[in-house]
Design a protein around this ligand. Structure first.
Ligand code: GLA
Length: 700
């Protein structure tokens, strides 16, 4: 065609039309495509135990929820967490969820489904039970970087109920979603904690709770050059301090709040610190800090290991940062007989031929196995070092290692533990499920069945914990009471009523990012409102350093250095019990630096005991603020992604701040900025899976 003036407008119009159809065409291309969840690498799910199933239930049957059949989806179980990377490419996720009908015979099966986008809950199912109709949902994903599909176990006593994400699919307009995370760049361990000064400095808690008449044992934790001498001014009647060791011992008769001044002195100077002994009903007014044998020696600890750990707690100097408990976990007792038919059915369990002896003596007293020749002597050694001693048992006939439990011996065991001198009892749950309810002569019920699922009254769960709690309280010493029933029936709601000082919030932690984040970032926040001084939510041990487990095969933690910084920072912001479970004989400099930073520990030991929760999120960033007793605010900025995060943070007003603040980098122990909460910003550069831990001090 010859283009002249006449035809030009037509050409223009044609071109416009072509452009329009082109645009329409590309719009049509941009129409979302469907990507099914089962097309992703669902094997990357974090679930225990068993393998996730594609388009089938966990047990390999066609998916069925409340009688409704589904052809596609992910068959998993409570608990599980699947991380999905979106990078802004998806606009919508929809699914129908519920317990698979293969659980229908179980009256107690339950689960709860959560859909989390960039750290915010986009949808939650509420507790679902076997037989419930499927719940369908559809959530907007526009602009989101990540999605987490989490199945919680709905507070029942099982955490292995088959649960489906059925008909689950994405609407995708850009990059396709992928399951799992990109690889984390390899980073060599690097130390941020500056060396403690040679001048004396008193660290750790500033408050000690004790009941009237109970023995006090507190070693003033002070760093600095040795020799050092100690004093304590205005000690209440009944207490005294050893000038050389700094151990404060004795008893306080009368209830009261006693403010004293602790003094540490060496050739370079003197340091004083205000300190309170609060004599009343509550102990453990700040979270316990200690060592636990479980994640390193598993079922194969010896008395000499425990004593060695205690000596190392002192000789490495950890005691000077406030570490004070040495806790012996399971398998100090004898195991049920090798002839017990149980072993034929449970060949995978840990049978220890060296522990085959009667569980109890003729008079019913519990009997340590041959690896623990003298429990009292062991505890005396621990005490002589200025440390406290912890022990483990279970309300069942057996504890988790098939070792003697306290069932029907609760009073006698509490008395024995007190006589040996223990200061701490971790009380597990294993095999209590085998206990049968009894009707007593007076008509009362002993060991009631757990009726939580039917009635929402967890009486049967409370009973064994209250029983032991009351016997511990009747002893002439304070025994910290640590409930370990994996969060069943929400112990944070009732743990205090059975005299608990802490309660585990989930099943056992493993030394992996997936396990640690599952507990720390996805399951812990709901427990926060219930925590207060003396009553702590326990997300389990710090899985750092050289760890082992079960048969003491010791190896380095599988968490990367930045992941370890993350765990220590997060647990400090939680005011969680700090329990290391590492090989004290192989304590490397990096691990030592993680647990000897006094400014980090101060966040954990703050007397207000507030548990930080995630109050702000932005993309891969999670922000955890924790108000401190002195009016400052500790804030953890966590990068949930494997790649580096670079972001300006300016939302200080949203953290409740007003006016000017000095910003201190807590790990480096350096002031880094002065900001105005109204318009100031901090440039964050956070390594993959890493953290920046700051403390903001108001400037008057
Ligand atoms: C359970 C607990 C662990 C540990 C073992 C010991 O699994 O949760 O912390 O005490 O028992 O057998």
């Amino acid at each position: 065609m010859i283009i002249n003036r006449l035809t030009q407008p037509l050409v223009g119009r044609l071109a416009a039309l072509l452009l329009l159809t082109g645009a329409l065409h590309s719009l049509a291309c941009a129409a979302p495509s469907t990507v099914w969840l089962d097309e992703l690498a669902i094997e990357k799910i974090y679930q225990y135990p068993g393998k996730p199933q594609r388009n089938k239930s966990l047990d390999g049957n066609p998916m069925s929820i409340g009688g409704v059949k589904f052809e596609r989806g992910l068959g998993t179980r409570s608990e599980s967490v699947l991380y999905i990377r979106l990078n802004g490419g998806s606009t919508r996720f929809s699914a129908s969820v519920g317990i698979d009908d293969e659980m229908i015979k179980s009256k107690v099966a339950s689960a709860e489904f959560f859909v989390i986008g960039d750290g915010k809950r986009l949808w939650e199912s509420g507790v679902m039970r076997a037989g419930d109709k499927p719940k369908a949902f559809s959530v907007d994903l526009t602009g989101l970087k990540s999605l987490v599909l989490q199945v919680g176990w709905g507070g029942n006593y099982r955490f292995q109920d088959n649960a489906n994400w059925a008909d689950a699919k994405f609407e995708v307009v850009g990059e396709k979603p992928t399951a799992g995370e990109a690889k984390l760049a390899k980073v060599e361990p690097y130390i941020l904690t500056p060396k403690a000064p040679e001048t004396p400095r008193i660290n750790g808690t500033s408050v000690y709770g004790v009941r009237p008449g109970s023995p006090v044992l507190f070693a003033i934790p002070a760093t600095g050059k040795r020799p050092m001498s100690f004093a304590a001014k205005n000690l209440p009647a009944g207490l005294s301090v050893d000038e050389k060791t700094g151990h404060i011992t004795g008893k306080i008769a009368a209830k009261g709040d006693y403010t004293v001044t602790l003094v540490a002195k060496n050739s370079l100077g003197t340091n004083e610190k205000k300190f309170r002994f609060v004599c009343g009903d509550q102990i453990a007014l700040t979270p316990p800090m200690g060592w636990n044998s479980w994640t390193v020696y598993g079922h194969a600890a010896w008395q000499k290991d425990i004593e060695q750990a205690a000596h190392l707690m002192v000789s490495t100097g950890l005691i000077n940062h406030g570490w004070s408990y040495i806790n012996l976990d399971d398998s100090w007792q004898n195991q049920r007989s090798a002839q017990d038919p149980y072993w034929a059915k449970n060949k995978d369990r840990f049978l220890d031929p060296e522990k085959q002896a009667p569980l109890r003596k003729a008079d019913g007293e519990i009997q340590p196995n041959t690896r623990f020749p003298d429990m009292k002597a062991m505890v005396d050694t621990i005490h002589s070092l200025g440390l406290k001693a912890g022990l483990y048992s279970s309300p069942g006939p057996y504890a988790c290692g098939n070792t003697a439990g306290s069932y029907k011996h609760e009073k006698q065991d509490a008395e024995t533990y007190a006589r040996w001198g223990f200061d701490y009892l971790k009380y597990d749950y294993c095999f209590y499920t085998e206990v049968k309810q009894e009707k007593l002569a007076d008509g009362k019920i002993a060991y009631p069945n757990w009726d939580f699922i039917e009635t929402d009254r967890p009486e049967g769960m409370l009973y064994p914990y209250r029983l032991m709690g009351e016997h511990l309280r009747a002893q002439n010493r304070d025994i910290y009471y640590s409930l370990c029933q994996y969060g069943r029936a929400y112990p944070w709601k009732w743990g205090a009523s059975v005299h608990g000082n802490s309660w585990r919030t989930t099943i056992d932690i493993m030394d992996t990012w997936e396990s640690m984040t599952k507990i720390g970032f996805y399951y812990h926040d709901e427990t926060a409102p219930y925590q207060k001084p003396g009553q702590w939510n326990d997300p389990d041990t710090l899985v750092i350093g050289q760890v082992g487990g079960w048969e003491r095969k010791i190896r380095p933690t599988r968490m990367a250095p930045d992941e370890q910084y993350t765990q220590v920072s997060l647990w400090s912001l939680f005011s969680a019990p700090l329990l290391i479970g590492l090989d004290m004989t192989k304590l490397d400099d990096f691990t030592y630096s993680l647990i000897s930073n006094d400014e980090v520990i101060a966040i954990n030991q703050d007397p207000l005991g507030i548990q930080a929760t995630c109050t702000l999120t932005a993309g891969d960033l999670r922000v955890y603020p924790k108000p401190m007793e002195d009016g400052s605010l500790a804030v953890g900025f966590f990068n949930m992604y494997t790649g580096e995060l670079k972001q300006d943070f300016a939302e200080f007003a949203k953290l409740g701040l007003k006016g000017k603040y000095r910003v201190r980098d807590v790990w480096r122990q350096q002031d880094i900025a002065t900001i105005d909460a109204g318009n100031g910003k901090v440039a964050l550069t956070i390594p993959g899976h890493g953290v920046r831990l700051y403390r903001l001090y108001p400037i008057k």
